[in-house]
Write a protein that binds this ligand. Structure first.
Ligand SMILES: Nc1nc2c(ncn2[C@@H]2O[C@H](COP(=O)(O)OP(=O)(O)OP(=O)(O)O)[C@@H](O)[C@H]2O)c(=O)[nH]1
Length: 559
């Protein structure tokens, strides 16, 4: 790694609105620099997680070091591919701390969207060089000139600085690499100073412990060095250092200005804080500023399906939060569900992805309660508190066809279904981003869902008074559709305090043996029923499959 003096290093991120083509551009850059084989059908190579491949979205920022020859000089380019969805913007802001520039990718057909604006300002505030890249110029409806004008108008970047490419076909991608070298400055670091390494991400490997992604601001770190964590003041020996290429490739050393990984026998989340500074033993330094902590917007209770799984789930949550530090975790317990946690997420998609990763990567089976947002309640006998609707704050025309509107919304009106409704109403044209605007007063009620008179803890929710009836009715109808019939009638009710506001009745189950028929079919049915029982939760004497909770959650979204 000593072959790369600081002036031959460029650290940059790819940022964009969701689906504008970041991961596809990253594939082409990996191919062009020979990091991955060009002959293979490479698709979103840096999206390594199963959940990313299944959903076709990036949820985790990924780092790759590329080696590139330009005019006789060898460059080391450290690329960080970031997620586009608003729920994962915390990943973006952290990644930018290890960079001096960004490629701001904009779809040549869709033009500037909400996360394009949000990401531009993240980069601008961090004083990074911004290279606008207009992607998908191969599309029939592409209009790169219109997008150039938008970029000039909204971001004040001269249109001749835009690079027009097709990441899919590879058209003009080489000029992106040229621009990275010419327009992004090398990092401002000092190799002769004592080591200062920022931990900007980390993952947990079952055999090797914590693998920390580090950006070196000063000095050098070598295998065998004794290092100290500024956060815990614990000392460790470095077992391995290296670069991600895009898989781990050990190197004996990492030098200031470089980005790579480090393994030093850290075993848990408390030892490996994201934002921590590592320095050499006996050479203490002023720690780097670290990161603002993420502010969770959506909260849900999480419990093991089976209480004997509590410790396994605890360890799975700890390992996964190491890789996703934006999730907040507090111990919680419920009479009905036993011991569990209250988790805070940045949005509903974030919650779904976290749950899916727990199931896929840690084989955990969990019950999640209805997501809620935080409230501050002032107990008062008078009716002073008035509900507030969205209030328009301002309106800016981006060009003839596009307008940017700012509103003040109650958070619970937007986290669940707002984005989907906006997309369908605008035929996919409108996009959306949000930030916290503090607490407001509102008329809210706590709504219980009862099965034969017993409260279903997972479905207790806070709703606006005016919407309680329609949401309660929809939940009861959906529960009726998704609950299996049982040997007795079930009353499904929505209640506010002692007042019932909606009711459905699930009729009695008819035994399959009444119909006679093929014995093997009956055995199959019984076997399936027995397997299904493992995933059942008993509420009073009513058995509720886990799927039913998920279906009901989705009902709430559509109301
Ligand atoms: N026609 C065309 N399609 C492209 C181009 N670049 C990307 N795509 C397609 O656009 C879709 C989204 O591309 P991705 O690279 O996954 O987008 P992304 O910005 O990484 O998405 P997120 O990480 O989820 O935000 C995929 O179906 C790509 O095949 C391009 O240059 N031309």
């Amino acid at each position: 790694m000593s072959r790369f003096p600081v002036e031959n290093i460029r650290n940059f991120s790819i940022v964009a609105h969701v689906d504008h083509g970041k991961s596809t551009l990253a594939d082409r850059l990996l191919e062009l620099t020979g990091t991955i084989d060009k002959t293979k059908n490479n698709k979103q190579v840096l999206d390594k997680l199963q959940v990313e491949r299944e959903r076709g979205i990036t949820v985790k920022a990924q780092t790759a070091s590329l080696f590139y020859n330009c005019e006789g000089k060898q460059y080391l380019l450290n690329l960080i591919d970031t997620p586009g969805h608003v729920d994962f913007s915390y990943e973006v802001s952290r990644s930018l701390s290890a960079c001096q520039g960004v490629l701001l990718v904009v779809d040549a057909n869709e033009g500037i969207q909400a996360q394009t604006v949000a990401n531009f300002f993240l980069a601008f505030e961090a004083q990074l060089s911004v290279i606008p890249v207009i992607n998908k110029i191969d599309l029939k409806n592409a209009d790169p000139e219109r997008v150039e004008n938008q970029i000039e108008k909204v971001f004040d970047i001269p249109s001749d600085e835009c690079i027009k490419i097709s990441a899919k076909l590879g058209t003009n991608v080489e000029s992106v690499l040229q621009a990275v070298i010419e327009r992004i400055p090398p990092p401002k670091v000092h190799r002769k100073n004592p080591l200062r390494a920022l931990v900007f991400d980390s993952t947990f490997d079952q055999y090797r412990g914590v693998i920390a992604n580090v950006a070196l601001f000063d000095g050098v770190v070598s295998k065998g060095d004794k290092i100290v964590s500024a956060h815990t003041q614990k000392t460790y020996e470095v077992n391995e250092v290296g670069v991600l290429n895009p898989n781990e490739q050990p190197t004996h050393k990492l030098y200031a200005g470089q980005v790579g990984y480090l393994i030093a026998g850290m075993k848990n989340v408390i030892e490996a804080q994201i934002g921590d500074t590592l320095y050499l033993h006996k050479q203490p330094v002023e720690p780097l500023p670290g990161f603002k902590s993420a502010k969770p917007m959506v909260f849900a209770g999480m419990y093991p399906v089976d209480q004997s799984e509590y410790n396994n789930l605890k360890s799975a949550i700890e390992k996964l939060t190491l890789n996703d530090s934006s999730v907040t975790v507090h111990r919680d317990s419920s009479l009905a569900l036993g011991a569990g946690w209250r988790l805070g997420f940045l949005g509903l998609l974030h919650m779904e992805v976290f749950n899916q990763r727990l199931e896929q990567e840690y084989n955990a089976s969990v019950i999640l309660t209805t997501p809620t947002v935080p409230y501050k309640a002032v107990l008062s006998s008078s009716k002073l508190i008035k509900a507030r609707r969205a209030v328009q704050k301002n309106m800016i025309f981006i060009d003839q066809n596009r307008v940017m509107l700012k509103y003040l919304f109650p958070l619970n009106e937007i986290v669940v279904d707002f984005y989907d409704s906006l997309k369908s109403l605008s035929s996919g044209y409108a996009s959306f981003d949000y930030e916290d605007a503090g607490y407001q007063t509102a008329e809210l009620v706590k709504m219980d869902i009862l099965l034969n008179g017993n409260t279903v803890e997972e479905l207790v929710t806070v709703v606006h008074k005016d919407k309680a009836h329609s949401i309660g009715k929809a939940i009861c109808e959906r529960l009726k559709d998704s609950l299996p019939r049982q040997l007795f009638e079930i009353a499904i009710q929505a209640a506010i305090g002692s007042k019932i506001i909606a009711r459905e009745t699930l009729p009695i189950f008819k035994n399959i043996f009444q119909y006679g028929g093929d014995i093997t079919r009956k055995m199959k049915l019984l076997k399936r029923q027995a397997e299904g029982k493992k995933k059942l939760r008993k509420i009073g004497n009513v058995e509720v499959p886990k799927d039913a909770f998920i279906k009901v959650l989705k009902t709430r979204s559509s109301k």
